[in-house]
Design a protein around this ligand. Structure first.
Ligand SMILES: [Zn+2]
Ligand SMILES: [Zn+2]
Length: 347
């Protein structure tokens, strides 16, 4: 086996670089994986533009992958070389204040795994124990790589608890997150799904995946369009996945009295939003934030992929080599693609 590998490093906003570095060796409990497919993610786009709030550069970029185990660390029991695996981006400690309350996604000691845009990646021991899954033969590396965002979507869907017959509006439609939300909303029994986005290309994918109505926010007013489609009341549930202040506010303005809002797309820390307190009070509007998902939800998300209960193929817009990670991210920023697959060994 080679001793060096190629890896894409994140150096700072709008700065990434392909470097040659030694292939790391797995320590106790860890796995060394040869990355066969890594997928680009909205979080990568956010990090590319403004950095990551928890991790100072430089670090190897990318966090969604499927690959082959090439070496196992001491003490690893359930995995062996040659297995095809994927894993979530983090794992909880199981022991802190939040973990003891069953809220592992809020764990104070989360261990993360970045390093997917590289030929090889180490999976840390706690992620190996809790959040690493063997990929069955009928699932591709890229399909399995979509696990990480789906874990968070599964967690968000639990918090919002869509009931059969409800109308769900999704703001920020056509991105990977929204395409998973709309499928899970349908599985939960939503009867009408209204998708709001600004890329006609992406809205077309929303329609293909079963959106009842689409609204193009470039030329339609979001709030009044949603009201017009809901008898003037607003949607029972609004899921915001655009990740901007106006979308957070529009989500609250688009929900009916007694309805629920899930703010899914993160805003930079310190961002203040403006809400009509009277509408929230007299309208009994429930406002729900969300971050990540726990180990149980990671298992559920993996099962949704392997059972084909959700279709992740429309999220995967094509394959590029490591040299073109920045090009892939810019295509995402422009709304031209949903997710790109990075194949580190693409000839
Ligand atoms: Zn991701
Ligand atoms: Zn914890």
């Amino acid at each position: 086996m080679a001793t060096d590998m190629r890896a894409v490093f994140y150096l700072g906003p709008e700065q990434i670089q392909l470097r040659q570095v030694p292939i790391p060796a797995p320590k106790e409990g860890e796995l060394l994986v040869c990355v066969r497919a890594a997928t680009t993610c909205g979080t990568d786009v956010k990090t590319f533009r403004r950095g990551h709030p928890k991790f100072p550069p430089p670090f190897i970029f990318g966090h969604e992958f499927g690959g082959d185990i090439v070496e196992v660390g001491k003490g690893v029991k359930n995995f062996k070389p040659g297995m095809r695996v994927t894993s979530n981006v983090f794992a909880e400690c199981g022991e802190c204040f939040f973990c003891k309350k069953g809220q592992g996604n809020l764990c104070e000691n989360l261990v993360y795994n970045f390093g997917a845009f590289a030929e090889y990646n180490i999976i840390p021991a706690s992620i190996v124990r809790l959040n690493t899954f063997e990929i069955p033969a009928h699932v591709s590396y890229a399909q399995a790589a979509v696990l990480e965002p789906l874990v968070t979507v599964v967690h968000g869907q639990k918090l919002i608890a869509i009931q059969p017959g409800e109308t769900v509006a999704i703001i920020g439609a056509g991105g990977p997150i929204s395409l998973m939300h709309q499928q899970l909303a349908r599985l939960a029994g939503a009867s009408k799904i209204i998708c709001v986005g600004h890329s006609e290309k992406r809205l077309e994918i929303s329609r293909q995946l079963g959106a009842s109505e689409t609204i193009n926010s470039n030329n339609q007013d979001v709030v009044s369009s949603i009201q017009a489609l809901t008898g003037g009341y607003g949607a029972d549930v609004v899921i915001e996945c655009a990740g901007n202040k106006l979308a957070w506010e529009a989500a609250v303005d688009s929900v009916r009295k007694g309805g629920r809002v899930l703010w899914f797309g993160g805003l930079p820390g310190g961002t203040k939003i403006e809400l009509d307190a009277g509408r929230i009070h007299y309208g009994e509007i429930k406002l729900i934030g969300i971050h990540g998902g726990n180990a149980q939800e990671a298992r559920e998300a993996f099962d949704l992929i392997t059972s084909s209960a959700i279709n992740v193929d429309p999220l995967l817009s094509g394959v590029l080599p490591l040299e073109q990670v920045e090009y892939a991210l810019r295509k995402m920023i422009n709304g031209e693609v949903v997710k790109m697959i990075i194949d580190p060994f693409l000839a």
